[in-house]
Design a protein around this ligand. Structure first.
Ligand code: FPP
Length: 236
């Protein structure tokens, strides 16, 4: 006997608390990020198992460039290592990886890894993992407004043709459905410049657990929480 549960099609996660996790254990912040990669692995498996189709992870915000250079370098290094170590396994699981964000400020080796992970996993058809990497939602909205303004100035588009749909098509998420469920770990209840436009009708969940402690079981708990929510989209 199987009971049909409502599964969010798109789950987006603000992976927060790596630094606090490390501090609580007297370790360097880097160790928290290292354990954070384990959680990425666990959550990816759990998302595939639950039948989630889209998983967006906030891996590096535009503001994160302001962290100490050693920490920025460590996160970039972890990303490159994850691409090398996990690419094949992700492809085997049917996971397609897309990197969302501005491809500026990255070193040549990080740019190469971005291209590598996208091409190695291009045929994944179970889950699309969107890694927000050098992403900021306000910047994304400004860039969309700018590109629409340029199209109006060139006569390609009329101002009255700027609609919610055409605006959404100009965002970095043009081919990605809006997130149904946004999770932020570590008990912080903020969006921090993440998917501001796309979150209009999302459900939110703020578990206390720090990101390195976010296991497959925690993801399953989140799915149970989502199934309990009733969504009305402004209707009664
Ligand atoms: C937030 O914790 C975490 C980040 C800014 C980085 C997330 C990075 C990873 C999980 C590793 C990179 C992996 C990939 C696959 C790109 P925080 O440092 O803000 O924690 P705190 O609020 O406790 O200080």
């Amino acid at each position: 006997m199987s009971e049909k549960r409502i599964i969010p099609k798109h789950v987006a996660i603000i992976m927060d608390g790596n630094g606090r996790w490390a501090k609580q254990r007297g370790k360097e912040r880097y160790e928290g990020h290292l354990m954070g990669v384990e959680s990425v692995r666990a959550v990816t498996r759990a998302a595939v198992r639950n039948g989630v189709e889209w998983l967006t992870l906030y891996a590096f915000s535009t503001e994160n460039w302001g962290r100490p250079q050693a920490e920025v370098d460590a996160i970039m290094e972890l990303f490159c290592r994850a691409v090398i170590n996990e690419g094949e396994e992700l492809a085997k699981q049917g996971v397609r990886v897309l990197i969302m964000g501005e491809r500026t400020r990255f070193s040549q080796s990080v740019l190469e890894m971005i291209e590598r992970i996208e091409s190695v996993t291009a045929s994944g058809d179970k889950l699309t993992m969107v890694l927000a990497f050098n992403y900021s939602s306000r910047r994304e909205i400004v860039l969309a407004a700018r590109s629409l303004a340029e199209r109006v100035a060139s006569g390609e588009l009329k101002a009255e043709d700027i609609t919610e749909e055409s605006f959404a098509q100009s965002l970095m998420t043009s081919n990605i459905p809006d997130p149904d469920f946004i999770i932020r770990t570590s008990g912080e209840c903020r969006l921090s410049n993440f998917l501001l436009w796309q979150a209009s009708y999302s459900e939110f969940y703020f578990p206390e657990v720090l990101w390195p402690d976010f296991t497959e079981e925690e993801f399953d708990k989140a799915m149970e929480e989502f199934a309990r929510r009733e969504r009305r989209y402004g209707l009664v």
